[in-house]
Ligand binder design. Sequence first.
Ligand code: HEC
Ligand code: HEC
Length: 334
Amino acid sequence: MRNEDRVLVNVARLTVWSVSLCLLLMGFMLVIVWLPGQPTEPGLPATDPVAKQLWSPPDSTGIPDTPEGDLIRYGRELVAHTAVYLGPSGTVAPISNGMNCQNCHLKAGKKIWGNNYSAVASTYPKFRARSGTIETIERRVNDCLERSLNGKALEEGSRELDAFVAYIRWVGKDVPEHTAPEGCGIKDLPLLKKPADPERGKVVFVAHCARCHGEDGQGMRKEGPEWLYPPLWGPGSFNTGAGIYRLSRMAGYIKMNMPNGVRADSIVLSDEEAWNVAAFIISQPRPQKDLAGDWPDISTKPFDYPFGPYADAFSEVQHKLGPFGPIVAAKEPK
Ligand code: HEC
Ligand code: HEC
């Protein structure tokens, strides 16, 4: 090789080296500038860590074709058409009032804000202050049978109780343990500053509810053992021990779901109308339950539990209709 050639080769090598070094440096700088904008953990958004995903229920066509799948399907059938099997003329046993679980747990417990079952599998067994015990899903189902359906409990180990539980577990199967997704259960409405007013609630009832549930609130039958429109009070309704007898549960359920068919994006009632019509409904006569064993620790009674004795100085009327703000404030640790 001639001298000039050797110089040329060296120059070429040097150029390749410096270009590579430059590219490498630019790469480093890109990484440094880009990194802080990225999530610290895969799958977590970089901003707004509190934004919750709206629950998306599983599709019933995904229930497997196995004996376990058959149990789940039977459970769904029992939730949707309880009266056929467990109502006064039920084919399995006459142990409940003729309502369906689905009358309150809408779309077989799959409707967003429709008192759905999204967080049952993920949070039970759990301690419940009403009974003062740790409750299984079986026990919780029986609670609703005895109260919301004003009936009797199913026996542990019965095919029906197993089916309810299998279905409810399946509905919540995709929800991570110990969490409740957005849209779960019943929505908490903002509290009113004044008591809810049953008289004004009656006006709402006549305008928005009576056409289905009847002027007398006794609902309307269809062919067969089920209600076309279930009763809201009277002998065929839930009893005074039911969760929906508490004003906040009733108001939140009504606001997000009634008149039947409304959803979060098609609400009809204002918050105040929902509280007032709920107050009207819970002021009507209904079956009584012996509640002596409930809330063994009276300081755990919810702010809207309408039966004393209480650990605070507020009256039964205020615990029933509000205003609840002062009661809630008095509960907060000082
Ligand atoms: C009259 C209305 C009504 C009927 C009918 C009803 N429930 Fe309920 N159920 C409720 C209310 C209200 C709650 C409590 C919701 C809350 O506290 O936010 C509840 C809670 C539950 C829960 C616990 C949910 C949770 O997230 O902790 C289960 C499980 C349940 N019901 C099952 C049933 C089954 C099964 C039936 C039929 C045998 C039934 N319910 C019938 C109103 C009803
Ligand atoms: C278009 C008819 C219709 C209208 C109007 C309507 N409801 Fe209902 N309501 C229903 C049906 C149907 C169910 C049971 C849903 C199911 O089984 O899928 C129901 C269930 C309920 C329940 C729970 C079950 C029970 O019997 O306790 C309450 C409470 C309720 N409605 C209150 C109201 C209130 C309050 C209004 C007026 C703001 C209202 N509804 C308007 C049809 C209607």
